[in-house]
Design a protein around this ligand. Sequence first.
Ligand SMILES: Cc1cc2nc3c(=O)[nH]c(=O)nc-3n(C[C@H](O)[C@H](O)[C@H](O)COP(=O)(O)O)c2cc1C
Length: 335
Amino acid sequence: MLFCLDPETAHKLTLASLRTAEHLRLLPGLMGKPVDDPVTVMGLSFPNRVGLAAGMDKEANTAAAFGQLGFGFVEVGTLTPRPQPGNPKPRLFRCIPQQAIINHMGINNPGVDEGVENIRRTRRFNGILGVNISKNKVTPNDEAHQDYLACLRAVWDVADYVAINFSCPNVPNLQDLAKADSAADLLSLMKSEQANLASETGRYVPLVMKVSPDMSEAQIRDLAHVFMDCQLDGLICTNTTTTREGVENSPHASQSGGMSGKPLYNRANETLAAFAQELNGSIPIIGVGGITTAEDAVNKIKAGASLVQLYSGFVYNGPPLVRAAASAIRDYCNR
Ligand SMILES: Cc1cc2nc3c(=O)[nH]c(=O)nc-3n(C[C@H](O)[C@H](O)[C@H](O)COP(=O)(O)O)c2cc1C
């Protein structure tokens, strides 16, 4: 039924239904208990290794429901300092035969203050809550650090970890911040603010960065060294790709923006494996991109991830994928 609707309408309707079902306490009876596979990563205790990737719960008000669907962690956002409407619609396209999605949403979100308010109001979730942050579209790159710092301060009290999105292909020039020099500047400012906030509040909130799958080997090597030098707490591999590998014949292939889902899988895994090799276990990695089966999720762990996240595969395969992935990873790790 949802696939008969326009994708953005289906998305809104699904999230609203999930919130209602959570409110009425229907989900535990329908879904059963989430897979129990506790693991400590970045000093945080995750109930299992499967999370929801950023961009699904952009308003940060549905984490409790996603937790009841079996996710061990939920990353809300991306949130920016000021609210922004995103790009004109239509901006979300399904390539159904390929289990892919193309989007140029443009980080539509209610702004960090409302996002934090939503988290405070609706947080009834025992898992780990990540908050993904970025700069506003209108903020020039040379002032971007101010946006990231403002968001870090705003979300500090409600986040278990904070993810820095500097890899979204739908914000003009955002990926310039991933050049090694710019990344080093931004990250050292963020790390020193993290230290200040940790000593003010007595609570350490890990910082993770989310990278693009469209980088050369040299870029990956340079960035990995920046991450190690700055003692980054975690890495998310990867965001969406601007390539159209695997959807060339789709009627939506010419839409601009990032592609996710099954055709992203190999590219995201190559990026993950390349970072894992460079980092050599020094920084934990969250593997995301193209997971549509439990085996795909296990392969991310084999490639060097400590945790995984789902987005498009969850859209196409629904909640059973969460449980299947979490229990397959538990079995693999136990073996
Ligand atoms: C419609 C849509 C919106 C997204 N929005 C965000 C976002 O706001 N912030 C972000 O960091 N990633 C965002 N992503 C990227 C996902 O978090 C994920 O990294 C990517 O889709 C790859 O995973 P997948 O192949 O399982 O979908 C978005 C993805 C989609 C499909």
